[in-house]
Design a protein around this ligand. Sequence first.
Ligand code: SF4
Length: 463
Amino acid sequence: MRAEVGIKDAKVMGIGPAGEHMVHAAMLCNDYNHSASHSGGAIFGSKKLKAIVVHGTKRPPLHDKAALIEAGLRWRKTLQQYSVSDRYGVGHARHLEALPNNNMQSSLIADHNRGFDHNRVTQRPCFQCARLCPWDVEIGEGEFKGKIGHFNAGAEWLDTFWNLGVKGNATLYLAERINDLGIECGHFAFGAGVLFEAYEKGLVKAEDCDGLRLEWGNVEAIDKLLEMTARREGKWGNLIADGPLEVAEAIGGDAVKWVVHTKRGVPAMHDWRPHFSNMLREIVASGGMKPQGGGAANPPPDLKYREKWGPLDRDDPKGWPQSNVIAEQYRQFVGLMGGCWFAQMHLKPDGLNSVVDSFNATTGWNFTLDEAMLAGHRSAILQSVFATQRGWIADHDWQQVGQRFIDPVPDGKFKGFTIAKWLPEMVREYYQLSGRHEKTGRPFMNTLVQLGLEEFKEWAQLD
Ligand code: SF4
């Protein structure tokens, strides 16, 4: 496409076969290892739009270059840098201390990353960003030796295939495949996950599997199923393309208890189950549609002047809804200004102020951190109103969630932990604290007035 427009450093956002075949969770893939994973590839496909290619001819105007350099250097100091050795580990599972195995039937971390230390890793930072997230890999051992992969931070693509029983460098091979086909990870992982579990437990017979042996860790079968999903081929390829709940409903029986989903979408592809903060965020979100929080046990240092709480207890639900409300506001603000979430180090001193100061230096505006938080809140409420207009209510958040996702953690350090004991109370408290009705999720009129959103009053909760 760059050749077609004759500009070799033009930027491209495009869809793969999954978008062309309107797989419901088809990704929009950008160049430089980036993707808008939880987004509208199917919409591109429905419009027969393969890609958008852009190239700027002017530099964006800067209000105060010296002030931007000063704030940018402060921001840069907060960044936690990835190293090559991080790419030999188990990704985000290391922080969560849990990892999805076999459709979340186990959370144990074992030798999933075996062989990674033989790989050649090349870090490819975005422009001059010191965080160093994107990386390329050349697999250095085993069946897929010599294969190349292109990844960013996040690592949902690792957990995707661990959830299907794969380990070692086959995981990286399949991760590159799913990215090339343009399928969002959790969508495939949980659709295929419930299908494999049904095969294991005899609900799906071999003769009903288009010739595939759907056994955990069968790389060849997973590879074929990826291709079938991206092109909606065969019964299961077409159903996985629709979504995990569609797969479970087609299988019938207990499969509907095994499927992981949130409001027919999927959570981001990690095993979040041992943690209140992550679980609340995933339950009140729906695969990218709604506010994304994920609060911490303590308020960000930059907000300590107004947030007088913490540390929260990981086993006590008290305070986590408030933490989520705050987190979604600063995260939304960074998103609104076009900042990168991976570069938002809210737990470091100056992690938020340096971002707001960079924004002010660029625009010439004079936002305070409080105003930035208000803008984030406005964004969260607007997204929520968008969902209200399409029939969503807050009660769906805890009523329409796959049982497996809220079952007690089956094993390991957090065995027995479940957010389910605290539902719907945590969800309801979250909506109350963010100025919305606890059951409908509609914003109260005074919330709309406070945020300057009176034009949406017909969607307000009036009683
Ligand atoms: S923090 Fe964001 S901009 Fe920086 S390297 Fe990571 S993905 Fe790129």
